[in-house]
Design a protein around this ligand. Structure first.
Ligand code: NAP
Length: 255
């Protein structure tokens, strides 16, 4: 019974930005819970290599290479996955990037790039997924926000605005889709060791700041996000809707 609560057997999940980092870790955790996972990112070769690796572990995976900033590609991706796998139960909007510059050095193009990558893509994919999920009366949509959905640091203007917007989009979608059997939630990861954070991980000052600022006193490993994704995607999360689940070692609760 306890195991069944977290089982994703028979479920089909699309995870964007799943060639590495948090997306790949969440996809792998969901595949280990029994789901067929569709990995998205921009490089087909990288995705195919990861699909092969997961299949080698006896897991079910396939690749869907496309750029999430290409709205037409996003719209086509959902019906293509439905055609390939028969349905789509779970969507995780995780693809992301970063841009750090003092405010006055920001170019408008960089702002649009951050918005398109994090926020507009989640709107377009969420809408396309909802078109498939509403008639079925079932779905789980998970937006990967950030502690920057709630807090802020200097230089990451586009990122913080996009992640805050993603939390707003989570709430409106949860309000509208909840009655239709679709749960929409967000996860707010804290500081995880991934390529996105290489500059910070390698900075000794930032490392000692993390050790003091995060109640758990350390960076997180990407594998530590898998459980949250499985929880929100599974029966265990059936009455969780419109929630922002911080996985941050306690950071947002403390100053
Ligand atoms: N790491 C953290 O501490 C942390 C904290 C809070 C939130 N997050 C969020 O978690 C998500 C994943 O971050 P990460 O740390 O795992 O970063 P990462 O290791 O740099 O991975 C980013 C992923 O997004 C994909 N991607 C980027 N732009 C894309 C696009 N236009 N279309 C499709 N895929 C795209 C990348 O694949 P390709 O480059 O191969 O396309 C890659 O798979 C992001 O939304 C990030 O903001 C991370």
């Amino acid at each position: 019974m306890g195991q069944d609560l977290f089982s994703l057997a028979g479920q089909v999940a699309l995870v964007t930005g799943a060639s590495k980092g948090l997306g790949l870790a969440m996809a792998e955790a969901m595949a280990e819970a029994g789901a067929t996972v569709v990995l998205n990112a921009r490089s087909a070769d990288t995705l195919n290599a990861e699909v092969k690796r997961l299949e080698g572990k006896g897991l079910k995976a396939s690749a869907a290479p496309f750029d999430v900033t290409d709205a037409e590609a996003c719209k086509k991706a959902i019906p293509a996955i439905v055609e390939r796998h028969g349905k789509l139960d779970i969507l995780i909007c995780n693809a992301g990037n970063q841009h750090r510059k003092p405010l006055i050095e920001w170019e408008l193009a960089d702002w649009h790039n951050l918005m398109n990558t994090h926020l507009t893509s989640a709107f377009v994919l969420g809408q396309a997924a909802a078109k498939h999920m509403i008639p079925r009366g079932y779905g789980r949509i998970i937006m990967i926000g950030s502690i920057m959905s709630l807090l802020a640091r200097p230089t990451v203007h586009g990122y913080t605005a996009a992640k805050s917007g993603l939390w707003g989009l989570t709430r409106t979608m949860a309000a509208e889709l909840g009655p239709k059997g679709i749960n929409v939630n967000a996860i707010a990861p804290g500081f995880f060791v991934t390529d996105m954070n290489t500059a910070l991980v390698e900075n000794p000052e930032f490392k000692s700041w993390i050790e003091k600022r995060v109640p758990m006193g350390r960076w997180a490993d990407p594998k530590e996000l898998g459980g949250a994704a499985v929880f929100l995607a599974s029966k265990a999360g059936s009455y969780v809707n419109g929630h922002l689940l911080a996985v941050d070692g306690g950071l947002v609760t403390s100053v």
